[in-house]
Design a protein around this ligand. Structure first.
Ligand code: BGC
Length: 260
């Protein structure tokens, strides 16, 4: 059994680096034509496109700020011109914001985090649905986080956005299940990407992080990419409206191994 995404057109937001890049590579490897969306990192997006093409795959870069509805509309118009349609949307782009306790937080940063992590996926999903509903076919995968479940001091905007994205996933899945469209979420745990480099590049930080994971290690971006490719494929044709944690057991409360 192989994951086959040939003849599928996909857009992965925030795929110039980190998880998005790994997801885009995995979808392309399975045969999909992939839109590499970036906000500011045009060169890095170009490098991902080049990497996919060098492996015989099809990809093109698309730029824009997903927290702006008009920009998202423009982005999808460009995608229509280049791809002529869309079967897979991966809402991956996100930010965790500058850590600050709620009492000390800056409303502007809080609002921006919600705009990128929650409004952005909503704007993109709306545009994707306009293309998927008439065809009665499509898959939307939202990249949430274990922090849709686990509170995280200093990151109230991020956890709120991710929990919101989870309920958006369920509600949307319910709305479109009868129209041939599946909507899912993947909740990564601690994956080695630029977003948490400040932690894993520090030996003490890495040790502390590894202790929070039942499997005792961070995940690699490819371990998220392959799961997203599977969920986007027909191998997962009966899966919708749920979150799949891919976290090496971070949600297993590993500290309780030592007694409660
Ligand atoms: C965050 C990472 C963090 C992980 C586990 C993710 O959502 O982006 O920085 O390491 O959750 O706490």
């Amino acid at each position: 059994m192989t994951i086959d995404l040939t003849n599928r057109r996909a857009l992965v937001t925030g795929s110039s680096s980190g998880l998005g890049r790994a997801i885009a590579l995995a979808l392309a490897k399975a045969g999909a034509q992939v839109g590499i969306h970036y906000h500011t990192e045009q060169d890095a997006a170009g490098a991902v496109v080049a990497e996919i093409r060098s492996q015989g795959g099809k990809a093109q870069a698309f730029g824009g700020d997903i927290s702006d509805a008009g920009t998202v509309q423009q982005l999808f118009t460009e995608l229509d011109a280049a791809f002529g349609g869309l079967e897979i949307l991966v809402n991956n782009a996100g930010m965790d914001g500058r850590p600050a306790l709620c009492a000390d937080s800056d409303p502007k940063t809080w609002g921006k985090t919600i705009a990128v992590d929650l409004l952005g996926p909503y704007y993109c999903a709306r545009q994707a649905l306009a293309r998927m509903l008439p065809k009665k076919r499509g898959v939307i995968v939202q990249i949430t986080s274990v922090h849709e479940f686990i509170p995280w001091s200093g990151y109230s905007a991020y956890t709120t956005a991710k929990a919101g994205l989870s309920m958006f996933t369920k509600t949307l899945a319910q709305e479109v299940a009868g129209s041939g469209i599946r909507v899912l979420a993947v909740a990564p745990g601690a994956i080695r990407t630029p977003i948490n480099a400040n932690v894993w590049k520090n030996p003490q930080g890495l040790q502390d992080l590894d202790r929070k994971v039942a499997m005792g290690r961070m995940g690699e971006p490819e371990e998220i990419g392959q799961v997203v490719a599977f969920l986007a494929s027909d191998l997962a044709s009966y899966v919708t409206g749920t979150t799949l944690p891919v976290d090496g057991g971070m949600l297993l409360y590993p500290d309780f191994r030592h007694g409660g």
